[in-house]
Write a protein that binds this ligand. Structure first.
Ligand code: PLP
Ligand code: SF4
Length: 324
């Protein structure tokens, strides 16, 4: 396959918390690998693209991505506490990209206000928890005042990568009558430090419902034991594992992508050995904006019209009779 050298225009930024959770050299440590460039490996492949999941084609006004009828993304920040090497929006965030102006924020809010089918608003970016509690509070005030918006969800890496930002003031801004879901981005149990536990606990105490999202990353967490450890620890910290994403086709990230087959093998290993409440759904964002689909392994084989063979978690097959 033809390869061209990636232009490494992505910023490098790590926090003290991340530095403290790194235990070994950047070439082997599962936390360091997520942030520290390994440029020798970062080739751009022809299948990789600037806008891997097709945000642009579903952007009706600046800051909004409206792909599904009942929910929108509202990209309220263009920077993050840290920059992940595999980031699917790496070309749209970081230094040199544009922050939303107040007019653009107002325009996005107006779009949400005027579309009564929008039931949920997902704050994303960049990282929404980079905003000051005052800025964030103003946005959430606006959203909560819209009757048809029943749920606000925040996708963030801050509680994991920069837990010091989860302050009393921020937690106060998140304490609402309407449901606030916080989906934390975390990929390895080594990222769960004492400060991270405190931050998650405070968010939960503020009434937020906590979910996690992880990316299946080659050489970081692509084995059942590593993921089992992560999902068990998160569940015990009141964080429900939500999605395990197959990595997107972002430029220069092929060294992080394994095969979907391997991902499915790992999910099969987790089934049965790990509590159902600790199992995330393995997801693929179809390139170019067709949305997310589960990559759950198939346990069901149709052998005859309406008659099935079902595989159990140990791999044994059983027949399921046809209906009448
Ligand atoms: C991922 C995504 C969502 C959220 O999808 P869920 O399956 O509800 O988590 C919503 N809108 C867009 C554009 C997305 O990319
Ligand atoms: S925190 Fe999220 S948006 Fe920011 S660099 Fe990491 S993956 Fe990208």
């Amino acid at each position: 396959m033809s390869k061209t050298l990636a232009k490494q225009k992505q910023a490098v930024r790590i926090t003290k918390a991340v530095r403290d959770s790194i235990k070994g050299p950047a070439s082997s440590d599962p936390v360091a690998k997520q942030y520290i460039p390994q440029d020798a490996k970062a080739y751009v492949l022809p299948v990789e693209r600037r806008d891997p999941i097709g945000d642009d084609v579903h952007t009706p006004v600046t800051g909004i991505v409206h792909r599904y009828p009942d929910r929108v993304l509202f990209k309220v920040a263009n920077v993050c506490a840290v920059y992940c090497r595999y980031c699917f929006r790496k070309e749209m965030i970081g230094p040199g990209t544009k922050t939303l102006s107040q007019d653009e924020i107002d325009g996005a809010l107006q779009y949400i206000r005027s579309h009564s089918d929008i039931w949920e608003v997902i704050l994303t970016g960049g990282d929404p928890l980079i905003l000051s509690p005052r800025q964030l509070s103003a946005i959430i005030d606006n959203l909560c005042s819209i009757e048809h918006v029943q749920v606000v969800r925040i996708h963030t890496r801050v509680p994991i990568a920069d837990p010091e930002r989860i302050t009393e003031e921020l937690c106060k801004a998140l304490k609402r009558d309407k449901a606030i879901y916080v989906a934390v981005h975390i990929n390895h149990a080594q990222e769960i430090t004492v400060d991270v536990k405190r931050a998650l606990n405070d968010l939960h105490a503020a009434g937020c419902i906590l979910l996690s999202q992880s990316v299946l990353l080659k050489g970081v967490n692509d084995d059942a034991g590593t993921l089992e450890d992560l999902f068990r620890q998160l569940t015990a910290l009141r964080v429900k594992p939500y999605y395990l994403h197959h990595p997107d086709l972002a430029p220069g990230t092929s060294h992080f992508r394994g095969s979907i087959k391997k991902g499915q093998r790992i999910m099969k290993e987790l089934l049965g050995r790990l509590s159902g409440i600790a199992q995330p759904t393995y997801m693929l964002d179809i390139p170019d904006g067709y949305g997310k689909v589960p990559l759950t392994p198939c346990y069901l084989n149709e052998i005859d019209d309406n008659e099935f063979m079902v595989e159990d978690y140990q791999g044994c097959k059983h027949s399921y009779p046809p209906k009448d």
